[in-house]
Design a protein around this ligand. Structure first.
Ligand code: ADP
Ligand code: MG
Ligand code: ZN
Length: 636
């Protein structure tokens, strides 16, 4: 652009704007093909101040200083000598060809230039048009796409959107799976099937087609399946049972067909079906006579499994945590006839899993994974992986170089109890919580069979937790399930300690709802005492069998194996136990009131009391039971 173009005629602006805004309004309703069409036409009429002849005359007379020729619009902008520097140029309409003008300009040494203001303006106009058109076009395209998609979906759904994933190499080895040694051992064989099927077929052995992995979520079933594929070096196809079951009828069945077709092309390979219970439930069951779509899918799955001969090199591994609801046809020989239990790890298993996940993390040498494993009963592999990750995040946030025990402990609390929130300001509420938690902690310390205190804190946590008192878990008892009567009884008493302290200090009417969870635990424990361990005068009958399949969701099936009359007796017994434990708790709090008050003062001030400090203070007032003295020894 030349210098002139940079200061356009001021008066033109408003007209153009007006035209534009009008057009913009119009373009809201229709495609604005005409916006900014050619405003120059209008300008020409009003600004023609010189005729062509006059211009030639003025050039001859050397009155003209400069001329800008605009060929496209066929106008010339004429700057006269002696005109105000900021004055408007005169406009002259040109002819088709203007040889004489050019000649005259040249002859008289007039500065002249060709500009294409109209082009520029047209370009601007075009741009503005485009700015409107583009989104509209895009919008239209979107609509067109949508409807096209919808129709194509309706035409060949299932086929086009195969939802299974394929991994040529999972990159996962048996080394990455820990703590479930038995399952690993059983599946080692599957690796050999995939790697060297000849070994088995040569002696006439039928290679199993399907293996069912049974276990609670997060125990490493998916991981294990991937590890098998990784060890055998075969592709890994995976699909989730819930993805089979879709809105459109027939999708599931066609997905199964697609999956097996692809798998056959890639044999030897491994097919992993997660959550198989979503599709493999007993047929014809359920409310309303079952689900046609699911049954079709299941039938297709069974057909496909029967369809390939024993040695096509495809092995199907399915995972579920509800083997009880699976259709019997799925479990027949030749289908998922092998079941491998993948259970939550024990302490040794947890240690192994922690070691696996500690590999790629910077962990301080002072950290004992042994201690971490001991502190995490009930954690699955996924929980442990998550725990170390949380600890690593905390470490990064605290700008430390390596994960220390503090971060791990905080991560455990965070996962088991909740996110730490800001401490409360000193208030009645804070004191109430302090008494409640000190009540628990003191009983945990004074009762001879209770597990020793790890810490007690009144820093609130997310999920409405005002504070907690935490014991050093007796993992032997938890892992073995061998609870003693004395242990259960002391635990009931300890759990009631919070409510007991509130009642002793503030009066029965002030007891808060904060104890409702405690009461649930108490009821549970007391019930177990009565019904499972024969620890009451109802006799030595196990009224409910210990159900090891609780995670399978079958807890309710075994309930009520006794009469109504017995149920009433049990309820009465449960209440009796709870009441006598509660009275015991209140007695201990009452008799140690001065100690309780001192501990509350301390915890209100410092928010948290570690087990060690707690025991030392308690020891100033009264003699610690034997177990607690041992705890002091083993801790230091
Ligand atoms: P599932 O399929 O049984 O629900 P996953 O295999 O998806 O559990 O496990 C989730 C994650 O937890 C894994 O990717 C892994 O990081 C970790 N994990 C679970 N179990 C183990 C285990 N036994 N050994 C090592 N890591 C495990
Ligand atoms: Mg899984
Ligand atoms: Zn409580």
């Amino acid at each position: 652009m030349n210098s002139f173009e940079k200061k356009p005629p001021m008066k033109q602006r408003p007209t153009k704007r007006a035209a534009l805004t009008g057009a913009l309004a119009a373009s809201l309703m229709m495609l604005p093909g005409f916006v900014g069409g050619s405003p120059a036409l209008a300008q020409k009429a009003e600004r023609d101040s010189l005729s062509y002849g006059e211009l030639l005359q003025k050039i001859e007379n050397r009155e003209v200083q400069r001329v800008d020729l605009d060929e496209t619009e066929q106008i010339a902008k004429v700057y006269l000598k002696g005109q105000q520097p900021d004055a408007q140029p005169q406009q002259v309409r040109l002819l088709e060809q203007n040889p004489e003008l050019i000649a005259a300009l040249k002859a008289n040494d007039v500065q002249f230039d060709e500009v294409s203001s109209a082009n520029g303006r047209a370009a601007v106009g075009l741009l503005i048009n485009l700015m409107w058109i583009l989104p509209l076009v895009a919008l239209m395209l979107l609509f067109i796409r949508r409807s096209a998609n919808a129709s194509s979906q309706a035409m060949n759904f299932g086929k086009s959107r195969a939802r299974f994933q394929m991994e040529a190499k999972t990159g996962i080895k048996f080394d990455d799976v820990a703590g479930i040694e038995e399952a690993k051992e059983e599946l080692q064989e599957v690796v050999t099937f995939l790697k060297q099927p000849e070994k088995f077929t040569a002696v006439g052995a039928r290679i199993p087609k399907g293996v069912l992995l049974v276990g609670p979520p997060g125990t490493g079933k998916t991981l294990l399946a991937k590890a098998i594929a990784g060890e055998a070096g075969v592709p890994f196809f995976s699909i989730s049972g819930s993805e089979f079951v879709e809105m459109f009828v027939g999708v599931g069945a066609s997905r199964v067909r697609d999956l097996f077709k692809k798998a056959k092309e890639n044999a030897p390979c491994l097919i992993f079906i997660d959550e198989i219970d979503a599709v493999g439930r007993q047929r014809g069951a359920g409310i309303g006579g079952g689900n046609d779509e699911r049954e079709q899918t299941l039938n297709q799955l069974l057909t496909e499994m029967d369809g390939f001969e024993g040695n096509t090199g495809i092995i199907i591994i399915a995972a579920t945590n509800r083997p009880d609801v699976l259709d019997a046809a799925l479990l027949r020989p030749g289908r998922f006839d092998r079941q491998v239990i993948v259970d939550a790890p024990d302490r040794k298993g947890r240690l192994e899993i922690l070691k696996v996940h500690a590999r790629n993390k910077k962990i301080d040498a002072s950290v004992s994974l042994e201690v971490v494993a001991r502190r995490t009963p009930g954690f699955t592999g996924a929980d442990l992986a998550n725990l170390l990750n949380e600890a690593a995040i905390l470490t990064a946030r605290r700008r430390k170089d390596a994960i220390t025990q503090i971060e791990i402990d905080d991560a455990i609390d965070r996962l088991t109890i909740g996110l730490m929130l800001n401490p409360l300001l000193d208030s009645n509420k804070k004191r109430l919580i302090a008494y409640h938690e000190v009540g628990h902690a003191l009983l945990a310390t004074l009762l001879p069979h209770a597990d020793p205190l790890n810490k007690v804190t009144i820093i609130p946590r997310s999920g409405g937790v005002g504070g907690f008192s935490q014991q050093i878990l007796n993992e032997e008892m938890i892992d073995s399930g061998l609870y003693t009567r004395a242990w259960i009884k002391d635990n009931i008493t300890m759990t009631l300690g919070g409510k007991a302290a509130e009642a002793e200090v503030f009066g029965e009417s002030e007891v808060t709802g904060g104890a409702s969870n405690d009461l649930k635990i108490v009821t549970n424990l007391a019930r177990k005492m009565v019904t499972m361990y024969g620890m009451s005068d109802l006799g030595l009958v196990a009224l409910e069998t210990q159900n090891s399949d609780v995670f399978l969701g079958r807890d309710w099936v075994t309930r009520n194996e006794y009469s109504e009359e017995m149920a009433t007796k049990i309820d009465r017994k449960v209440r009796e136990i709870a009441i006598s434990c509660y009275q015991e708790a209140r007695r201990i709090i009452r008799e140690n009131r001065a100690l309780v008050d001192r501990l509350v003062e301390l915890i209100v001030e410092q928010e948290t009391i570690e087990g060690e400090q707690f025991r030392q203070i308690v020891a100033e007032y009264t003699k610690l039971p034997e177990k607690q003295q041992l705890a002091v020894l083993s801790q230091s």
